[in-house]
Design a protein. Structure first.
Ligand code: ZN
Length: 203
């Protein structure tokens, strides 16, 4: 965190497409991460797509401000306490793209009613809250079901997987229809980030 600008440059220099920004409020998940001021600062120094994942209990209260702070895409959870349709509307009114996220215990069907209003669906492949956890392969049925539903409806919606993604699990998720792979530990611990990113891109 104390070298955030140089870390962002590293992502840019190594061909990363989007910056995934995990916001935690200490209530929806146990951990507390960062919020609006950090996003604002990051937005000032990069043109990367800012993909903001809100792991917070009341996203409706904050989405407008995250959009103003520079979020290009905002994901919030079906398991939050905010009204889903209202929150999607508020994200779009703020000028960002709306995405709906589901935790491992939540079935694929939870997002079906909202697909036509969404740009992306985020399937958590670990329990949200902490980095460095192991990928849950049993989530792949869910990714497949959501991708099938999107295709049946003829919609242009991305499916993002978040948690435990590396060169092996990335290929697995991609084969099930995911087209946005979130990766933290795998990229940052790689000896050659560009090469590691290339493996995900070709997954
Ligand atoms: Zn995330």
């Amino acid at each position: 965190m104390l070298n955030l600008e140089s870390e962002v440059r590293k992502l840019e220099d190594n061909g990363i497409d989007m910056l995934h920004f995990d916001v935690m409020d200490g209530i929806f998940v146990n951990n507390i991460s960062y919020g609006l001021p950090i996003l604002e600062q990051v937005n000032k120094i990069t043109d990367m797509t800012l993909d903001v994942h809100l792991m917070i209990i009341d996203p409706l209260r904050y989405v407008k401000r995250f959009a103003e702070a520079g979020a290009d895409i905002i994901s919030f959870h079906t398991e939050s306490e905010s009204d889903i349709s209202e929150t999607i509307k508020a994200i779009k009114a703020g000028g960002a793209k709306a995405a709906l996220a589901i935790k491992p215990a939540t079935p694929a069907e939870a997002v079906y009613d909202y697909l036509s209003e969404l740009s992306m669906v985020l399937v958590m492949t670990v329990e949200p809250g902490f980095g460095g956890q192991s990928f849950m392969p049993e989530m792949m049925d869910k990714v497949r079901a959501i991708r099938r539903r999107i295709d049946e409806l003829g919609l242009d919606i991305r499916v993002e997987v978040d948690g435990g993604i590396n060169d092996v699990t990335g290929i697995e998720a991609s084969g099930c229809g995911a087209d946005v792979l979130v990766s933290g530990s795998y990229l940052f611990k790689a000896e050659n980030m560009a090469e590691a990113a290339g493996k995900l891109r070709n997954a």
